[in-house]
Design a binder for this molecule. Structure first.
Ligand SMILES: [Zn+2]
Length: 95
């Protein structure tokens, strides 16, 4: 097993892919206590924090949202606004 090419699992369709082929999404803690956490695309894979991976397909994002996979992966509720923002940047990214 080559440790430099780790495989990651898409939280939508559960298929495995090389991490460079998947889109990484990270949980961004808010600075203000009480504010909901945000989730953001991590385009170069260097952002700190807990990460989730998705294939570069809108279907996988929708699958993940339907299953509430983000809440499970990040172990907290993700606001509808945060989901909408993520969907916007995800659609731009995979286009
Ligand atoms: Zn997928």
């Amino acid at each position: 097993m080559d440790k430099r090419s780790p495989e990651r699992t898409c939280i939508g369709c559960r298929s495995k892919g090389h991490k460079d082929e998947l889109v990484r999404i990270v949980l961004c803690r808010s600075d203000n206590a009480g504010d909901p956490a945000g989730i953001e695309l991590d385009r170069d894979g260097r952002m700190e924090g807990r990460g989730a991976y998705l294939c570069r397909r809108s279907e996988c994002l929708e699958l993940a949202l339907n299953k509430k996979a983000f809440c499970r992966t990040f172990r907290q509720a993700i606001s509808a606004e945060a989901i909408e923002r993520l969907r916007d940047s995800f659609e731009r990214e995979v286009k």
